[in-house]
Design a protein around this ligand. Structure first.
Ligand code: ADE
Length: 224
């Protein structure tokens, strides 16, 4: 998989891809992530990328031309399965969308800033608009990092234990059951005895019960 991220603040996105699981995925050549500084495609001496909005009102709008130049350059080099725009008014990101995106080959992600991007860019080039939740971030970068993390960890070979993504919360519309590690007793507090019983059928049944119980308590909407 290849992910191209267009951003006015590439530095914000450097650290998420230079540590831990995402770094390992890149090192193992399971994914390529390329950051493109929108400023490099800006207009004139000042490399302008935003301007006042027509009709008045506070907040700048990201201009069409720098976005067009950058997308056009990338599209000349390869075709993209999705061109995603990160925006609080997009569809809410969830595990199902992460699963679907993990099956794609080339993805482009455009991060918005200020009041957003000129609507014509959205109409012309964007194939999917994603929000990570009902709150407004200063820009799309952190949201793009969230999406990339959720997608990349699903790629085969990224997680050491191939099954571990399958037992994540949300994969079956269920939250994950509680987990415990050593010691089995700490200051008199013990782990559920079934987990140390060695009876794997009983452990599986307990985990499923706990997952259902937790989902009913915390996220009944997932069971509807
Ligand atoms: N940009 C600003 N806020 C955002 C959000 N909640 N989701 C995606 N992109 C955003």
């Amino acid at each position: 998989m290849r992910i191209d991220i267009i951003t006015a603040l590439p530095k914000l996105l450097e650290s998420p891809f230079s540590d831990s699981i995402l770094q390992r995925a890149i090192d193992r050549k399971l994914v390529e992530v390329h950051l493109h500084n929108l400023r490099d495609y800006g207009i004139g001496k000042h490399k302008q990328i935003d301007d006042y909005q027509f009709g008045g009102g506070a907040g700048m709008v990201m201009m069409l031309e720098p976005i067009h130049r950058c997308i056009e350059k990338l599209q000349k080099e390869r075709t993209y399965d999705e061109i995603i725009y990160m925006t609080p008014d997009g569809s809410r990101f969830d595990q199902k969308t992460a699963n679907a995106l993990s099956l794609k080959g080339n993805i482009m992600i455009l991060c918005g800033h200020y009041k957003g991007i000129d609507q014509r860019a959205r109409d012309l080039w964007i194939t999917r608009e994603i929000s990570i939740g009902d709150y407004v971030l200063s820009g799309g970068e952190l949201a793009a990092a969230v999406v990339c993390d959720a997608v990349i960890r699903l790629l085969p070979g990224v997680l050491n234990d191939e099954t571990s993504a399958l037992t994540d919360s949300f994969q079956d519309n269920l939250l994950a059951p509680p987990v415990y590690t050593r010691p089995s007793e700490y200051e008199g507090i013990t782990v559920p005895s079934v987990l140390t019983s060695g009876n794997f059928a009983a452990i599986e049944a307990w985990r499923e019960d706990q997952a259902i119980k937790r989902t009913k308590e915390r996220r009944p909407d997932l069971l509807e």
